[in-house]
Design a protein around this ligand. Structure first.
Ligand code: CA
Length: 226
């Protein structure tokens, strides 16, 4: 059974979410503050963590950061309330896999959850290993290295990289990327793709401001030239 941990202190969000996920057949555990969430996530294996940001005792940013530092790589879906929080989720490179902005519909959240779980479970098809310049990508072991140094990547970043590598040399539209990497049934703003491309640039490009591999094609999307 797929196990989901929800870390959320607001009962009005937690309870319907818990019910909906149970109805969908997931095994659901709940934590009502950051510390409890952190200890539960570290003690037991979950397939996914739904993590609120504003939490008593320890906020969601810190919980996410600590889990990744402790090498707990369970996919994390953050619940954000403000646009500043979204920028922080993406900008801090906390290792969250996706985020949903409050208020959200249970349908939207379920679609996101399914998309993350599908990505995490499906082994990548096609290219297993790819090397360009001093960068090595292993899509089987989920390992990335630049000049021999490991680069931490989330499952979503691996999925995005894999898609770009498979479409090397071709201009890919933002919507194509969204459909293939995030999933067709998921509503994500095109800005999300831009944000994730800029994170990949920061991790792989020598000069992220003047990218060599992850090129923007104005008005259309991106081209990977590795
Ligand atoms: Ca909260």
């Amino acid at each position: 059974m797929t196990k989901i941990l929800i870390v959320e202190d607001e009962e009005s969000i937690l309870m319907p979410l818990e019910d909906n996920l149970r109805l969908e057949g997931y095994e659901v555990s709940c934590a009502r503050d950051g510390l409890e969430g952190l200890s539960m996530a570290a003690e037991r294996p979950f397939d996914l963590i739904v993590l609120d940001i504003m939490l008593p005792k320890m906020d969601g940013f810190e919980v996410c950061k600590r889990l990744r530092q402790d090498r707990v790589m369970t996919p994390i879906l953050m619940l954000t309330a403000k646009s500043q929080e979204i920028d922080k989720v993406l900008g801090l490179e906390l290792g969250a896999d996706d985020y949903v902005t409050k208020p959200f519909s249970s349908r939207e959240l379920l679609a996101r959850i399914k998309s993350i779980l599908r990505r995490a479970k499906e082994p990548h098809r096609g290219i297993d290993f790819f090397r360009f310049d001093a960068i090595e990508l292993d899509f089987v072991k989920y390992e990335a290295k630049k000049k021999g140094q490991p680069i931490p990547l989330t499952a979503l970043e691996f999925a995005l990289l894999h898609y770009l590598v498979q479409n090397k040399g071709r201009v890919v539209h933002r919507n194509e990327v969204l459909d293939s990497v995030w999933g067709k049934d998921v509503y994500v703003d095109a800005r999300t793709v831009d944000k994730h491309i800029s994170l990949l640039r920061r991790k792989f490009e020598d000069d992220p401001q003047d990218p060599k591999y992850f090129l923007s094609v104005r008005g259309i999307g991106y081209k990977f030239t590795g």
